[in-house]
Ligand binder design. Structure first.
Ligand SMILES: NC(=O)N[C@@H](CC(=O)O)C(=O)O
Length: 441
């Protein structure tokens, strides 16, 4: 019998202590040894490549059930592994909404043998299911509860303080929040200019986001509940969140770190429309400032696919959201190449950060005993994002034709080579992600 099932040799391995030129031995889907000698059933030569802990994207919308013309669990997760992502948390604004035990069980059944990466599903909060959330959030394969404070794609919405308090009082896990203030946005609806998506950030302005974040922080403190504020778009929110680290974590997205209103709306119009909106270059600079201060905990893609035909409708009939799970890591590697953040910080935001924030079992670090999840990258490769490379059913990306430096070459999940140089394995074998007991207290 061989010592290992799989051995990765010759690569630069990004351990919690820092990068090291060493071999990794994998047995039974787990990391069995770092640096030890031994023979293996299969060896992958990683010379010249960097081996990162598997990238975990904690915000994707894969649209199944009900909206499969935009995406499904198979196409969305194929897109994920092609982009080097080994695990995803999938959002509840499907049709029907994922807001019950039946809906979670249905998604888990659909995921079996069809999802390429490991996965967990959020349960959507509503005024009606608030009492049940304390049980729903404990179902195996559940990522926890998601609250939409402002209306976006779908009809999940919990906007009133009383309702929000009831949701926060039901359960103990960290709750993911879409923080935009519904009442303020309703008052400002007249600011939307027909046919002009550049009015999107004027309507859903800074204050709409800041007000919602301020409200949820207060309610979370009263309920003694931990929260995770998704897709932050304003420096003011990051400054505020920096003072509430004991109960609040937060996410930034590659698109808010990369795009700016001044260029995006004139060039791609409604295809740049998302919630919360792409804002000005000054906002983008502010997000990078707070990135440098270590405030964001995770980077999530908010992969939110809609078809070209849907996106081409005139604003504001056009839906909000853009695909992104496949370009998350490539864009961020390009930012590393440009010197905007270190590779070590990126690893923290995409692997160790999600592990810490959500309490994943055996994922997020290259440590003996952990799942053998690796994202293998060529930091020097210069390439152009081609539409034929994109696997999302949406079929487009705001980043198509962009020249980037740094590319995911391989995706290994629990010791299986799921993607190598753009080629997929024969079978999709993603499994539900498990969570530590500490995630529930
Ligand atoms: N981000 C978006 O603009 N859209 C998301 C919903 C959401 O997260 O707001 C979608 O599901 O389309």
């Amino acid at each position: 019998m061989k010592t290992f099932d799989l051995k990765l040799t010759g690569g630069t391995v990004h351990l919690p202590s820092g990068p090291a030129r060493t071999d990794i031995g994998v047995r039974d889907g787990r990391i069995a040894a770092i640096g030890a000698a031994g023979d293996a059933g299969q060896t992958i030569d990683c010379t010249g490549l960097d081996i990162l802990p598997g990238v975990i994207d904690t915000q994707v919308h894969f649209r199944e059930p009900g909206l499969e013309h935009k995406e499904d669990l198979e196409s969305g997760s194929r897109s994920a592994v092609l982009g080097g992502v080994t695990g995803v948390f999938e959002m509840p604004n499907t049709k029907p909404n994922t807001d019950s035990a039946e809906a979670i069980e249905d998604k888990l059944a659909r995921a079996k043998n069809r999802m390429w990466c490991d996965h967990a599903f959020y349960v959507g909060a509503t005024a009606a299911n608030a009492p049940a959330l304390k049980d729903l959030e404990r179902l195996p394969g559940t990522a926890g509860v998601k609250i939409f404070m402002g209306a976006s794609t779908g009809d999940l919405l919990v906007a009133e303080d009383g309702e929000l308090a009831r949701v926060l009082a039901s359960g103990s896990r960290r709750v993911a929040i879409h923080a935009e203030d519904e009442a303020r946005m309703n008052e400002r609806a007249g600011l939307r200019r027909d046919g002009d998506p550049s009015s999107h950030p004027e309507w859903r302005d800074d204050e709409s986001a800041l007000l919602a974040t301020r409200r949820i922080l207060k309610l979370a403190r009263e309920a003694r509940r931990r929260i995770h504020v998704l897709h932050i778009t304003t420096p003011a929110e990051l400054e505020l969140l920096s003072q509430h680290k004991d109960i609040a974590t937060c996410e930034v997205t590659p698109q808010h770190l990369t795009l700016a209103a001044e260029e995006a709306y004139p060039s791609i119009g409604t295809f740049a429309q998302m919630n919360p909106p792409i804002r000005s270059a000054d906002h983008r600079a502010g997000l990078w400032h707070w990135m440098g201060q270590g405030v964001p905990d995770v980077i999530g893609s908010d992969h939110a696919p809609h078809t070209r035909e849907e996106k081409a409708k005139p604003y504001p009939a056009s839906p909000s959201g853009m695909p992104g799970v496949q370009t998350l890591l490539p864009l961020m590697l390009d930012h590393v190449h440009a010197g905007r953040l270190t590779l070590q910080r990126l690893i923290d935001l995409t692997s160790a950060g999600p592990q810490r924030v959500f309490g994943l079992v055996g994922k997020g670090r290259i440590v003996a005993g952990y799942d053998a999840d690796f994202t293998i990258v060529d930091l020097k490769r210069r390439w152009t994002v081609g539409e034929d490379w994109l696997a999302s059913r949406a079929g487009w990306s705001p980043f198509a034709d962009r020249e980037l430096t740094g590319m995911p070459v391989g995706t290994i999940i629990r010791g299986e080579r799921v993607m190598w140089e753009g080629e997929l394995a024969d079978v999709a074998a993603g499994r539900p992600i498990r969570f530590e007991a500490s995630a529930f207290v």
